[in-house]
Design a protein around this ligand. Structure first.
Ligand code: FAD
Ligand code: NAP
Length: 335
């Protein structure tokens, strides 16, 4: 294990904002993590966790010790005729995991193909795409609490998963590091093509196998989402707001064509549509612009974290003034 001082994080965040960590440690085991934590405690450094950097906005200087838990453990820990339970290290690349499980005949994660980042971050915002959320397949999340070094194994229901939410963004925010996740996957294919682009493809081509569906998802995503190495971005910059029925009733009168999805409580409205309606696609805010093909994505062309947050604030204000809806930012802001 190696703890380095004053390390550039430019290549470790997909928005490509310039940033330096006071210290960076990449660890692969609980023993190495203990060593790093001892160093942080002796030097009075706060510990902060970074994965693939695809859902963060970094400042120019990150004080403390930035930890990356890079274990790529992958093992079957239980199985029967219908299911398999896999333990996967936090450092495993998410998309590689999706493709590996499919190639082994373990199904469920196909709609979540092509999401950047590492396994350890997947529970943090309960990653979701095309009508599937990772919480449906998480059995247990393993990790360590910073204050006392205690190891935990939180069962699914203890993680308080919700739409892009979990305990790791609330009670355990900045207090825990996830070391591994247990996924319970199906041995029988389960196909979800509810979202319009996938439904259209299924009508044209027939019901896909899980692996085919993963490739459809990759194709649809590639057609509208910018590749971070070409156009630095953090995916959707805002969560889709879920508004209450009376706010919705008022808005739909004013905007009859507004797409909307009724939830068990409230109505989900696509934030990208709200931003697009104001003519913001392609609009620039200094070095940051709204992506031409997808209004929910902010693209950074040489700006800092501050520039990105300033653009985000201007968009939030414009949306609030127009619709009375407060957008919530999705990427996590480091201090
Ligand atoms: P990071 O960005 O490094 O970290 C994100 C947060 O998780 C931070 O708060 C960090 O402290 C914390 N964290 C990371 N690892 C750990 C750990 N081991 N223990 C504790 N905390 C940790 N998200 C979706 O939900 N659906 C999508 O479809 C989607 N599409 C995307 C498309 C693009 C092009 C991009 C750039 C992003 C997209 N995202 C999407 C967002 C992002 O990919 C996911 O949130 C992903 O899970 C972040 O993983 P990461 O390893 O990069 O996490
Ligand atoms: P889209 O198909 O243009 O749809 C716009 C929004 O409408 C989506 O965000 C989605 O909400 C919602 N939606 C569409 N069909 C729906 C349905 N049948 N039921 C309920 N809600 C529906 O979206 P997109 O931007 O191309 O993204 C496709 C999928 O990938 C979405 O699920 C999106 O969340 C995910 N994605 C996420 C990120 C990220 O960084 N978080 C980045 C890229 C793509 P939901 O977002 O709630 O699904």
């Amino acid at each position: 294990m190696n703890i380095q001082p004053n390390v550039s994080l430019l290549a470790l965040n997909t928005l490509a904002v310039p940033s330096r960590a006071q210290y960076l440690a990449q660890v692969e085991s609980l023993d190495e993590l203990k060593e790093a934590a001892a160093f942080a405690s002796q030097s009075n450094l706060e510990m902060k966790v970074l994965g693939g950097g695809s859902n963060v906005v970094l400042p120019e200087y990150v004080s403390g010790l930035v930890l990356r838990y890079m274990s790529t453990e992958y093992q079957v820990i239980n199985e029967d005729d219908e299911h398999v339970v896999l333990r996967v290290g936090a450092g495993f690349n998410w998309h590689d995991l999706v493709m590996k499980t499919l190639s082994e005949g373990f199904f469920g994660l196909q709609n979540l193909a092509f999401i950047p980042g590492l396994v350890g971050a997947a529970p943090v915002q309960n990653i979701g795409a095309y009508g599937v959320e990772v919480k449906e397949f998480i059995q247990t999340v393993h990790g360590v609490i910073f204050e006392d070094g205690e190891v935990f194994a939180l069962k699914n229901e203890e993680c308080h998963f919700d739409y892009r939410e979990s305990i790791f963004k609330h009670e355990l925010n900045n207090r825990a590091l996830i070391t591994a996740v247990d996924f319970r996957l199906n041995k029988q294919p389960n196909i979800n093509v509810d979202y319009a682009p996938l439904d259209k493809m299924a009508q044209e081509r027939g019901v896909p196998s899980p692996l085919e569906l993963a490739h459809w998802v990759i194709d649809v995503r590639s057609s509208k989402l910018p590749i971070p190495s070409e156009l630095p971005n953090a995916g959707s910059f805002f969560k889709n707001p879920i508004i209450n029925e009376s706010v919705f009733a008022d808005l739909i009168k004013r905007y009859p064509s507004m797409p909307h999805y009724h939830q068990s409580v409230g109505v989900k409205v696509p934030a990208g549509w709200l931003i697009d309606q104001m003519g913001f696609k392609g609009k620039t805010f200094g070095p940051v612009s709204v992506h031409k093909k997808q209004a929910l994505v902010l693209v950074n062309k040489g700006g800092t974290g501050k520039d990105v947050l300033a653009a985000s604030e201007q968009i939030k204000l414009a949306v609030y003034n127009q619709y009375g809806i407060e957008l919530e930012q999705e990427p996590r802001v480091f201090t």
